[in-house]
Design a binder for this molecule. Structure first.
Ligand SMILES: Cc1cc2nc3c(=O)[nH]c(=O)nc-3n(C[C@H](O)[C@H](O)[C@H](O)COP(=O)(O)O)c2cc1C
Ligand SMILES: [Zn+2]
Ligand SMILES: [Zn+2]
Length: 732
């Protein structure tokens, strides 16, 4: 086992003298736009005062279509720079993290049980494993050397109980990054990874007792030695994580013993209704399914349950939304985005069946950082009926489901086990083949009656938790269906209206302005998004006037940023890369807010830009500072032991595969930056800036080593846009 002597010293995070700090004079006054306050002055700003980029001047350089307009002095002729192709990359990225769902969904048609699946497991990309050579028994991991034996397996235990042996031969040497100080110790006061921590040296010492014996002891930040188990008091994850579900509850789920009585009652009623219509087969399927209901209007029976009163949520210009992002939208990343101004966050898409079966990995996706459980920003000027900002929170869960029973039961279980949910969103946009073929994700766009039924049912069993939906323009290019679907979601489908049922009751509709077929080719269609938004706005206005016969309709209640009478908010999504894009879309006055996905991965401070209403020319050292923050968040969440360091590294590399696409604002000739543009080879204003722009995964590993030291010999990373696997040069 080699020492970590080759670790490069961490680059200074505070100041990068190679990067001049310039002051920005904005080319046009931005204050007050979208109701934002005048931004506080920023340390790093951009000089937009140059004649050549001032709007309306004759000297404004032409933008070459499809090419990032980089200032000449930063261009280099480097044919060997291998930038990943953006579009192919995004398609791969969106699919990459998701497991082969195997039977996760398709199974469902076999009955309401389904087989066990490996939810959350990725069968196509392999990342190796980072483990200690000898594994220390958990009973010894967080106690002092002389603590009495407590392993329940006794002599049969296959893990190591000899602490000195483990430290000597079982684990790699301590990391020297973070100045050798355990980052967990810093925030929690003691380290829950104990001896297995890669920074264990910073929280342990050898103490000589009066009888002369020397004991290896764990110490807390305040210098006191740990008494008992270092992890005992606050549990493994401390208090910073919400929606942690107990092992007991997961076992109940696995044994199908967890109660879902509301769903069962409702599903029984649905079944009876369908049977009356004599068309039970169509229950699972398509539009035809509703014909039965249509014909049997006369035999309509009241549903056994009515939706409970929902907690009101708020969306406005001041609440930019971080999109649900499989793999990438993990908690450490979301936490970073929240710290930079994201006001609403979503879990990675979770599959319903593995949730319902108590799969650990799928439930892990529901965990939220405490910062995500705080209310989003809210300008009290925007009056929303019965809205209580203190009861609102940032984090919501997104699920995928293909059948009413699956969606309902999952919703019911989620609302009983995960107390900190702003809303539950049904994914109707996922383009991945496996998901689509099983009738989930974007396949639901072509089964609007079923979709409506699912949403209505979810809304009925979700208690006070609002239900939302994320859609695409449609499945096929040139055949957008989202407008019609939005109408259905606001008013209720014809058959529902006939039956007097009203709309499904979603609290928000998010539209990604692309079709399934399109994937990430071409730009998102914001004209179409605006058309849908207009329609929804119009319908809402009409509806509010009709519904609200008693109360004098208040004009403010009918404006776009106001959610009156529980009618859905409308959110746009696609290609937002700066506050300028955000403002442009918001300025139509038809959208309640916008959602950002890749833009946040490329530059998480996009939320700060939106808040401060200006371009922020982040220096390379500041960007490295965000990477450090992600790593700290990661170690805190995944652990600072060998496994946790490996997991943190893997997800850091995933993120770097996006963040390398950032082209610093300060080296652009023309603004705003655009998604469709591809950068010619360029160098940064410092070596570090150049490194951060590298599309070569080996450079990403180099960056990871600045914080996490050399990779474990068994660690492996497969860049998602390459089919083959790359071994990482780990220490020998
Ligand atoms: C890596 C990646 C993962 C994604 N995962 C999800 C997901 O789990 N659920 C979802 O609804 N959309 C997912 N999407 C789609 C985004 O939420 C978003 O709708 C899309 O990327 C368009 O927004 P953008 O142009 O801002 O990136 C994903 C996209 C990417 C690139
Ligand atoms: Zn043991
Ligand atoms: Zn530690």
């Amino acid at each position: 086992m080699a020492e970590n002597g080759e670790v490069e010293p961490m680059a200074p995070l505070s100041n990068d003298p190679s990067e001049p700090i310039r002051t920005m004079k904005r080319s046009e006054p931005m204050a007050g736009r979208n109701g934002f306050e005048e931004p506080a002055s920023k340390r790093v700003k951009l000089d937009l005062d140059r004649a050549d980029i001032t709007e309306g001047t004759a000297t404004k350089p032409e933008r070459q279509k499809g090419v990032t307009p980089i200032k000449a002095e930063y261009l280099i002729d480097l044919s060997r720079t291998a930038e990943p192709t953006a579009q192919a990359d995004d398609d791969a990225a969106e699919s990459a993290g998701k497991p082969e769902y195997k039977q996760a969904q398709g199974q469902a048609s076999a009955g309401r049980g389904g087989q066990k699946t490996k939810g959350g497991q990725n069968h196509t990309r392999q990342f190796g494993s980072s483990r200690d050579a000898i594994q220390l028994c958990m009973s010894r991991a967080r106690v002092n050397e002389f603590a009495p034996p407590s392993c329940s397996f006794g002599a049969k235990c296959k893990f190591e109980h000899d602490l000195r042996k483990y430290l000597q031969d079982g684990k790699r040497g301590d990391l020297e990054t973070f100045e050798g100080m355990c980052p967990i110790l810093e925030v929690k006061g003691k380290c829950t990874a104990g001896w297995r921590c890669r920074f264990a040296g910073s929280h342990s010492k050898e103490v000589q007792h009066e009888d002369g014996r020397k004991e290896l002891m764990l110490v807390k930040k305040n210098g006191e030695t740990v008494d008992g188990d270092a992890g005992a008091e606050e549990g493994e994850e401390g208090i910073a994580v919400a929606n942690v579900v107990s092992v007991g509850d997961k076992i109940q789920l696995r044994k199908k013993k967890f109660p879902t009585s509301k769903s069962e009652q409702y599903l029984k009623w649905l079944d009876q209704r369908m049977n009356n219509g004599g068309n039970s087969k169509a229950e699972d399927g398509n539009d035809e399914a509703t014909n039965g209901v249509h014909e049997n209007r006369a035999r309509y029976r009241e549903p056994p349950l009515k939706p409970s009163e929902k907690r009101r949520i708020y969306y406005g210009p001041e609440t930019p939304i971080l999109a649900p992002l499989t793999t990438q939208g993990n908690m450490p990343f979301r936490r970073l985005c929240v710290s930079l101004g994201a006001q609403v966050t979503w879990s990675e898409m979770a599959m319903s069946l593995p949730l319902l079966q108590g799969e650990k990995q799928e439930w892990a996706l529901m965990k939220a950082h405490e910062s995500e459980t705080l209310p989003p920003k809210y300008t009290p000027k925007a009056i929303v009926q019965d809205y209580d900002n203190t009861k609102d929170l940032k984090f919501g869960a997104q699920i995928a489901a293909n059948k009413p029973w699956l969606a309902l039961k999952t919703t019911e279980v989620l609302t009983s086990l995960a107390p900190s949910l702003r809303a539950i969103d049904l994914n109707c946009g996922c383009p991945i083949d496996l998901v689509y073929r099983q009738g989930s994700g974007s396949a639901l766009l072509d089964a609007p009656a079923k979709l409506e039924k699912i949403l209505r049912g979810m809304n009925t069993v979700s208690g006070e938790v609002p239900i939302t939906v994320k859609i695409r323009m449609g499945t096929k290019d040139k055949h957008p269906t989202a407008e019609k679907l939005s109408r259905r979601l606001v008013l209720g489908g014809e058959e529902a209206q006939d039956a007097g049922e009203g709309p499904a009751g979603v609290a928000a509709i998010t539209l990604h302005g692309r079709s399934r077929q399109q994937r990430y080719t071409r730009s998102a269609d914001w004209e179409y998004i605006a058309d849908c938004a207009s329609l929804v706005q119009k319908l809402k206005t009409q509806k509010a006037q009709v519904t609200d016969t008693v109360r004098e309709p208040d004009a403010r209640d009918l404006s776009s940023s106001v959610n009156s009478a529980g009618l859905p908010y409308f959110i746009g999504n696609g290609d937002i890369l700066s506050h300028t894009d955000y403002n442009d879309h918001m300025s139509t006055g038809k959208l309640d807010s916008c959602m950002i996905a890749r833009g946040a991965l490329i530059k998480p401070w996009i939320f700060e830009e939106i808040e401060s209403q200006q371009y922020l020319d982040k220096s390379a050292s500041e960007r490295l500072g965000y990477i450090e923050r992600f790593v700290r968040n990661g170690l805190e969440y995944w652990g600072s032991d060998e496994v946790g360091v490996g997991t943190t590294r893997r997800f850091l590399l995933e993120w770097l595969s996006f963040s390398c696409r950032y082209v610093p604002i300060g080296i652009l000739e023309v603004l705003p930056p655009r998604f469709g543009d591809r950068p010619p080879a360029f160098r940064g204003r410092s070596e570090l800036e150049t490194l951060l722009s590298s599309g070569n995964y080996k450079d990403w590993i180099k960056i990871s080593e600045m914080f996490l030291g050399p990779a474990h010999k068994d660690f492996n990373f497969q860049p998602k846009h390459k089919s083959n696997s790359y071994e990482i040069e780990a220490e020998g």
